[in-house]
Design a protein around this ligand. Structure first.
Ligand SMILES: Cc1cc2nc3c(=O)[nH]c(=O)nc-3n(C[C@H](O)[C@H](O)[C@H](O)COP(=O)(O)O)c2cc1C
Ligand code: SF4
Ligand code: SF4
Ligand code: FES
Length: 643
């Protein structure tokens, strides 16, 4: 088997060395949605019509190939151009992305119409097509490749390193990049105890939200008696806006499989499940293909690396309920029961799938495992902080110039993420203003909102917990000053209320109650009592719920109440929404000092609420006004406020 792996790597390397250039087209979900597959097809057409040789799939010499492949590779005189697809490169907002190697040119927002020019200018004339390069919105600088783009420069892509470079559908490319060597080490050079010890020493903590030490979890499972044990990969990823796990499954599925194999070695499991939500069809397809390819090549299956230890992986699609990401609910779902959490203990390590000891780990955790075992725990610990070693992926969204998937070492500050990687805070029109920062919501529905005073807080498990937030799955939503924090709290409460499985009264009824109280506040019906009841209910739900969904559902409310109380009070006592987002509380008025009496607003108002004479200040009748904001939009003198 080991010789087989080496053969695959060397044949692939040999085939690749005959290629002159490589054109990588991002085929992650975001870029595919923006037409990257059409760009791919156009490249085939244009490269061929330019008379250049092209390979779309590398084949070893003598192997049977598709019509573009093996014959071309045998021509040593005309080195062909290799065209390949990759997983998400993180910069989805700028997609479809096209990378040209070895120059390292990155083209953004590429359309099929641009392809002919890329082929002529870059592939034939060796020059960059300047208009397709990324321009930094802050400095205005044109960047040739990722090395010059601040969004990438400041990151530390480790788990995501190969996503966006290797072809996720070609196992040989993973093997050629050193893949499955960590599994080989775990199966041939280490005992299960040694694997657990190495993981413990690495300090790797679960990336699925809780931050539990992975080595500890594995060791607990390892010491359980009995021959049958399971490894489960949790690919449910139900947090709104999060797509880190999806990107890893789509962009580097073999890293997840290798992580599962090492976990299986550590605990003595012979069977595993990858649980992926139904809404991730590309991730499901790529994981399925990766499992089949790993089996076909003999890495996965019986007697792995001659160790006598076999491991089999099943792929299961979940129906997409957020609560099914909770480990006991997920196990119930695999067993064919309704996905509802169970009280712990017993922990899955003791009694998990079908009552057997089970390790359940997040996708990113598992993809980190080959890095730990392959390079050693000491090297892994070089990044991150003492108590949170390594790196973490975050889905950076909201009011920042650069949104997308990022990976930074634990301990990086929010300021670095928002201003340097994110490129700064934008206003509602998408312009970087330099002073618009209001808050960051971190950790999805389980997380909390942080303020300007937390901008220098290091992002790690413990410091975030200390201020009432959490790393969670890694959602990071930046908000500008025009954002109402009550509305944000309501957004997450609506989500958890919809997703509550209903097993606990406090979660089922409490989330409904909190939602109604937030509605009262936003509609101008809140009183002092409303605020009191909201806080009391939040604390009760936090205490009395069975699973993490209910326990953390109040976090967005409690953290906004803590850091943005004045905003709640303005809604309750002054019936005013300071951010101007709560429609019921808007009071459009015209400032007579600014109004020139141009009559534009009166003409535009759809309900005739504005009156006034030409060249004299106009007024809005609040009883007729429907707060549509048309007047503010049309007024060139900014005389209308309150909408
Ligand atoms: C409501 C709820 C949803 C969850 N969703 C996920 C999820 O989508 N993916 C995930 O890995 N963990 C999720 N978790 C955490 C898991 O229960 C579990 O802790 C995690 O998969 C363990 O893996 P780790 O130790 O590698 O983090 C969720 C927990 C709760 C309470
Ligand atoms: S806390 Fe909520 S989601 Fe969790 S078991 Fe109870 S009702 Fe279900
Ligand atoms: S559009 Fe502006 S300036 Fe003109 S009448 Fe209305 S409020 Fe006054
Ligand atoms: S899908 Fe292409 S960069 Fe994310």
């Amino acid at each position: 088997m080991i010789a087989e792996l080496e053969k695959v790597a060397s044949e692939f390397g040999n085939a690749e060395s005959k290629v002159s250039r490589r054109v990588i087209i991002c085929a992650g979900t975001g870029c595919v949605a923006n037409g990257s597959l059409k760009v791919y097809a156009e490249f085939i057409k244009q490269i061929e019509s330019a008379g250049l040789d092209i390979v779309t799939e590398l084949k070893a010499e003598g192997a049977e190939g598709d019509n573009h492949t093996s014959t071309l590779l045998q021509k040593s005189s005309s080195a062909p151009i290799r065209l390949s697809k990759s997983g998400c490169q993180g910069f989805c907002q700028m997609g479809p992305l096209v990378t040209i190697e070895p120059e390292g040119i990155l083209y953004t927002k590429v359309k099929p119409e641009d392809v002919a020019e890329i082929v002529q200018t870059t592939l034939i004339d060796h020059k960059a097509v300047e208009r397709l390069l990324y321009r930094d919105p802050v400095s205005g600088k044109q960047c040739t490749g990722t090395a010059e783009i601040p969004f990438y420069q400041r990151q530390s892509r480790t788990v995501l390193k190969s996503c966006g470079i290797i072809d996720p559908e070609d196992i040989r490319e993973y093997i050629h990049s050193g893949g499955y060597m960590a599994a080989k080490r775990a199966y041939t050079e280490m005992t299960p105890e040694m694997v657990c010890e190495e993981m413990l020493y690495s300090g790797l903590r679960g990336r699925g939200g809780g931050g539990f030490p992975t080595g500890k979890k594995w060791d607990l499972t390892r010491i359980q008696p009995g021959p049958k044990k399971y490894v489960i990969c949790n690919g449910d990823e139900g947090d709104p806006g999060a797509f880190m796990d999806r990107s890893v499954m789509e962009g580097n599925p073999h890293s997840v499989i290798e992580g599962m194999m090492i976990a299986a070695r550590a605990i003595g499991a012979d069977e595993g499940y990858v649980y992926v939500r139904l809404e991730y069809p590309l991730a499901v397809a790529r994981i399925r293909r990766a499992v089949a390819d790993a089996e076909a090549i003999g890495v996965l299956g019986d007697n792995i690396f001659g160790s006598g230890h076999g491991f089999k992986i099943n792929v299961m699609e979940g129906a997409g309920a957020f609560v099914c990401g909770e480990e006991t609910a997920l196990i119930a779902s695999i067993e064919g029961q309704r996905g509802m959490p169970m009280p712990k203990p017993p922990f899955p390590a003791q009694s998990g799938l079908w009552g057997k000891p089970t390790v359940i780990n997040n996708v990113e955790t598992l993809a980190s495992v080959p890095i730990v075992i392959g390079k050693g725990a000491a090297e892994f610990r070089q990044r991150g902080t003492e108590t949170s070693p390594g790196t973490k992926t975050f889905a950076l969204t909201g009011h920042v110039a650069n949104t997308g998937l990022i990976e930074v070492p634990f301990g990086t500050t929010l300021r670095e993420v928002v201003y340097n990687i994110g490129g700064g805070v934008t206003d509602d029109r998408g312009n970087v203003t330099g002073e618009g920062f209001k808050a960051v919501q971190i950790g999805g529905p389980s997380g909390g909102c942080l303020t300007e005073e937390h901008l220098d807080l290091p992002l790690d498990f413990d410091s975030l917990k200390g201020v009432g937030a959490m790393v969670g799955s890694g959602g990071l939503v930046v908000m500008n000053k025009q954002t109402c924090m009550v509305r944000i709290a309501r957004f997450f409460m609506q989500f958890t209320q919809n997703e509550s499985c209903g097993k606990c009264v406090l979660c089922r009824e409490g989330t409904k109650q909190m939602l109604a109280l937030l509605d009262d506040i936003m509609e101008g019906n809140g009183t002092e009592k409303t605020l009191e009841t909201l806080e009391r209910t939040a604390r009760a739900v936090q205490k009395g719920s069975l699973c993490g969904l209910g326990k953390t559902a109040p976090n967005p409310i409690l953290s906004t109440l803590k850091y943005f109380r004045a905003e709640y009070e303005a809604h309750v006592y002054q019936k005013r929404c300071p951010a101007g987002e709560c429609k019921a509380l808007l009071r459009p008025t015209i400032d007579p000092a600014k109004c020139k009496g141009c009559t534009m607003c009166a003409k535009k108002c759809p309900v005739g609420a504005i009156t006034g004479e030409l060249k004299k200040p106009h007024v809005i009748n609040p009883d007729i006004c429907i707060k549509c904001g048309a007047c503010a939009e049309v007024c060139r003198f900014k005389a209308v406020s309150g909408v």
